[in-house]
Design a binder for this molecule. Sequence first.
Ligand SMILES: *[C@@H]1O[C@H](CO)[C@@H](O)[C@H](O)[C@H]1NC(C)=O
Ligand SMILES: *[C@@H]1O[C@H](CO)[C@@H](O)[C@H](O)[C@H]1NC(C)=O
Ligand SMILES: *[C@@H]1O[C@H](CO)[C@@H](O)[C@H](O)[C@H]1NC(C)=O
Ligand SMILES: *[C@@H]1O[C@H](CO)[C@@H](O)[C@H](O)[C@H]1NC(C)=O
Length: 336
Amino acid sequence: MTFGIAKTTSKTMLALLLVSFTLLSCIQANVFYGCEAALRVNRRSGNYQIRGKKDGGIAEAKCRVEKSNIVTEIYPKAIPNTFVSGYQDAFSYEFKVDYGNFTNSDMTDFLKSVNYNCYQKFNYTEANSYWANNKFKFWDNSIFLLNDAISDGICQCVISDVCEKSGSSLSSCKSLSPYTDTAEYTDFGKFAVKKEKLPLKKVYFGDTDSKAEYIYYTVHNLVCSTTSQPKVNTLYPQSCLLKVEDKLFDFNNNTCFDIVNNLTVISFEFLMEVQEILITIENGECSDITVFLEKTLTSQSYIKPCRYFVKTSASTLTLIVEKVGLQLCEMEYIYK
Ligand SMILES: *[C@@H]1O[C@H](CO)[C@@H](O)[C@H](O)[C@H]1NC(C)=O
Ligand SMILES: *[C@@H]1O[C@H](CO)[C@@H](O)[C@H](O)[C@H]1NC(C)=O
Ligand SMILES: *[C@@H]1O[C@H](CO)[C@@H](O)[C@H](O)[C@H]1NC(C)=O
Ligand SMILES: *[C@@H]1O[C@H](CO)[C@@H](O)[C@H](O)[C@H]1NC(C)=O
């Protein structure tokens, strides 16, 4: 009996060791080279740690898809709804915003990788703090006073919501507030600076010394969007060096890929599972194309453009085209 217990215990120990080893290796392996890699491996949206290069800084990010785009949301290291009070002099409260431990060059590399296609929102709530005492520094070190951001032509107020709502770039902060000058008001929206200046690097606030004067602020995620193309393989004819993707994914219905073989087989490897695919063709009918997902025939509708509904969860798709002269013009898809 004792022997039995000892045996069980050592087995349990072994199992525990294995579990902790697995957990440990999971944690170590859990940093991805960007959201595309994180999504490709995990196949679902979620929070991941990302870095741009080997030994580079690491940031926490929410990785998700929007139609066929990859969206990277980098979390700032800042507490939501930070309360600022007791700072009398202009700009005397300072807070530097970090994004994980991304260095300047890590951030620059990241921004380049997403073509600077980003925005960032900010919630600025205040009562009685004089706006000329408050300013914002952005990643390129440019500085804007709260109510003097017009040099980029987007909005007078550094938070662009007032201008988006009024339709005029000359709207001041708090111009939409229904309250009188002294009451608490909120400006919440996207930063009114050119995309190349993002993200926010530092805030400087002041005039919050008396009890009736205070600021609450929240730095929101840096949200960046980029397209992702599936990997394309031409299975047949193998001899041809076909650049199908250049014409299928250029968002242009007028550039088409000509089918010159009696039998053309092309496979697509998507980043994640897709739920719907739309193919625009010329000189043919949707029925000239057979679509397989892994090994299952996909349900399809035959009204142009050809719409294919993906029933089973799949990220690999194969097209078989048997009509010479048919042109494949555009492929659009929606991720699950
Ligand atoms: C960034 O932080 C991680 C822990 O979160 C650490 O392992 C890594 O060494 C840090 N990198 C740099 C460049 O500071
Ligand atoms: C902005 O912050 C204020 C103060 O904390 C809060 O009451 C308000 O709900 C926030 N607005 C948005 C849109 O998040
Ligand atoms: C291509 O044409 C189809 C059908 O006219 C249309 O539904 C689709 O939106 C077009 N795609 C692009 C990217 O213009
Ligand atoms: C396609 O097949 C038909 C007969 O099946 C043949 O006559 C024709 O030459 C073929 N075309 C090409 C481009 O191979």
